[in-house]
Design a protein. Structure first.
Length: 301
């Protein structure tokens, strides 16, 4: 009998250790006359919480004012918390805590909100982030190209232009892209995966980049142009350096000049051309659009 009691106690201790004890958070909604609401998601240490035992709770001066757990929204294929916060006055500072059931731990959320009656934050696409630590808010495209296709590009603000060879079918391109850490790329609300997509670039395409914390959506316009390059050279002589002239039918495209694997100059195409002057003898590589040309400048006497 004594062994049975010991085993039972041991199992209880193990069970308590493994499954933990959910915090005793509760709110008496009848005490309050005002509400504000959130559609959000819970994240701890970079991992989204999805268990019905996980919780986010709102507090004002240590008093619990709202509790919610994740639920799965089939249409969006994501977990969302619908949190209602209660109050009797505007302008109270609302703090948030997260209960991570798998680790039996409570985390403080760094950011706070000021209570405002009937205010709503977040939606199913751009949900409000309850995260510890805070997630990143950058929504940049740091690189973009196409799989199995040589390109060059220019980036001006949120406008990206890529140049491909004339004759390229641009109606079904597989886009490769790099984004700010944790960010996601969408066309409208359809998530696109780098290297596993088919996009029609016959006309400019509008991309949306959603930051990791979903607080920022940045619009990017990507345009694909067909270009053709012609190269000319003039050798160096004793009194003057060599010249490389590039003709290209897309203004503002960047022409890169390299020597011995080192980029030594970048110039924009203006009025259909650009010229690299005062070049010493040697082997150069010129790239513009999807074209690259090896050019040797000789030293003539």
């Amino acid at each position: 009998m004594r062994n049975y009691i010991h085993i039972t106690m041991l199992l209880f201790i193990i069970s308590s250790t493994v499954f933990g004890q959910s915090p005793d958070w509760s709110v008496n909604e009848n005490k309050f006359q005002y509400t504000m609401s959130f559609e959000g998601f819970i994240n701890v240490d970079g991992k989204s919480l999805t268990s019905s035992s996980d919780k986010v709770a709102a507090f004002v001066n240590g008093e619990c004012r709202g509790i919610a757990s994740p639920i799965y929204v089939q249409t969006e294929k994501k977990y969302v918390v619908y949190l209602t916060v209660f109050s009797n006055t505007d302008n109270e500072t609302v703090n948030f805590k997260i209960y991570d059931a798998a680790n039996n731990s409570v985390k403080n959320v760094e950011k706070t909100k000021v209570f405002e009656n009937n205010k709503h934050y977040g939606d199913l696409f751009q949900s409000y982030s309850f995260a510890s630590p805070a997630l990143k808010s950058e929504a940049e495209i740091t690189d973009l190209s196409f799989k199995d296709l040589k390109t060059s590009k220019t980036i001006q603000g949120s406008q990206i232009t890529l140049y491909v060879s004339k004759g390229t079918n641009v109606s079904a391109l597989n886009t490769l892209f790099e984004l700010s850490p944790g960010a996601k790329l969408f066309i409208e609300t359809t998530n696109k995966i780098s290297g596993s997509n088919t996009v029609d670039f016959t006309n400019p395409v509008q991309f949306q980049v959603l930051s990791e914390d979903q607080s920022v959506v940045k619009q990017w316009t990507v345009t694909v142009k067909l270009g053709n390059a012609v190269f000319y050279k003039k050798d160096a002589v004793c009194y003057a350096g060599g010249v490389i002239k590039v003709l290209y039918d897309e203004n503002d495209a960047k022409a890169d000049l390299t020597k011995d694997g080192v980029k030594i100059s970048t110039q924009n195409i203006q009025n259909g051309q650009t010229v690299f002057n005062n070049l010493e003898a040697g082997k150069y590589s010129v790239s513009v659009g999807s074209a690259t040309k090896e050019i040797v400048i000789n030293q003539k006497q």
